[in-house]
Design a protein around this ligand. Structure first.
Ligand SMILES: [Zn+2]
Length: 328
């Protein structure tokens, strides 16, 4: 009897949630429109302990299946040409950073469902196998150091962050620096950081090889774009360095892919109009952001803002937020 009652309650709970979700989706129909989604990493289990950017391959496939069944998933080219369907959500997919796990887990699923996508590569992979923001995430969580000095500042460990006296974290401070300064953080953790890596670290931070980038570029479903050279915040490093990153990453990827690279996604989504103008001047035709700086930028057809996927919420809630075009 008790079991029956529990079962009944669970059924009601399930139904009320299902109805709520169905109803919410119904009420959000008028929010249909266009979204470009940003993914970072896809891994075997959806590990979010080290950062907030990973989805499991199981979730990813379920999500792709759902959006291809219920909505209109299109290429970024079609998106820019406004080849939208009415009364549905028009979705284009993008992947930032250039992780090996994109090639290993996302590409086979995208191929299976014939879903187009664009991959924005950080070309530092020729020099460093990992990105510095991932390195800092790792050491912030797992280093046994209690403090260290970097750029004449003392950083002390406080919970899962190294912070300066003025409370600024190393991750925040690093966002202001160009790579020639940033790379000096690596030797500070030299004696311990490789031991801190989890066994399956390649699934998380390792960047794609030249061969893997080329294979993606050769597939007509996919395009390769640039995400800069070092993942530095291009708006806070000297203009000359920022321009060099924008140009050299394009040239480098064009040599690998043997085709024009015409898409640029600003690292962290941070941009200035001066840098965006430079992108256009040297031949980028699509500029991908996270949020527009101004409403004027919204009217500029070259710029597109994007919706960053959130691995901490259920798929139902993710769809609701996607329809709302907001997490609030
Ligand atoms: Zn990025």
């Amino acid at each position: 009897m008790l079991l029956k009652r529990i079962k009944y309650r669970l059924l009601m709970l399930y139904r009320s949630f299902y109805l709520k979700f169905g109803l919410r989706k119904f009420l959000l129909q008028n929010r249909y429109g266009e979204r470009i989604l940003v993914f970072h990493g896809i891994d075997a289990i959806g590990e979010t302990r080290y950062n907030s950017r990973f989805f499991s391959k199981k979730y990813f496939e379920k999500f792709i299946k759902y959006i291809t069944t219920h909505y209109n998933v299109i290429s970024l080219d079609d998106y820019y040409q406004k080849k939208f369907k009415q009364k549905t959500l028009n979705i284009a997919l993008t992947f930032d950073d250039g992780y090996l796990n994109n090639y290993k887990y996302a590409v086979p699923i995208l191929e299976k469902y014939k879903v187009p996508a664009c991959f924005y590569i950080t070309t530092i992979h020729k020099k460093a196998p990992y990105l510095w923001p991932d390195f800092l995430d790792l050491v912030s969580f797992y280093s046994n150091k209690s403090d260290f000095i970097f750029e004449q500042n003392l950083y002390k460990k406080n919970k899962n962050e190294f912070r300066r006296k003025d409370n600024v974290s190393i991750k925040k401070a690093a966002k202001k620096l160009a790579y020639d300064k940033l790379e000096l953080i690596y030797p500070i953790f030299d004696s311990e950081w490789k031991n801190l890596l989890p066994e399956n670290y390649e699934d998380y931070w390792k960047l794609m090889s030249i061969e893997q980038i080329k294979k993606i570029a050769d597939n007509p479903l996919f395009t390769i774009g640039s995400h800069g050279e070092t993942h530095a915040n291009l708006t806070s490093i000297p203009l000359k360095h920022a321009k060099k990153e924008i140009l050299s990453s394009k040239r480098y990827l064009e040599i690998i892919c043997k085709q024009p690279v015409e898409e640029f996604a600003f690292p962290f989504g941070y941009y200035t109009n001066e840098l965006a103008d430079y992108c256009i001047k040297i031949g980028y035709k699509k500029i991908l952001l996270i949020d527009y700086n101004t409403t004027d930028d919204k009217k500029n057809g070259t710029f597109q803002n994007r919706f960053v996927m959130n691995p901490y919420i259920s798929m139902d809630l993710q769809i609701v937020c996607l329809l709302k075009n907001s997490y609030f």
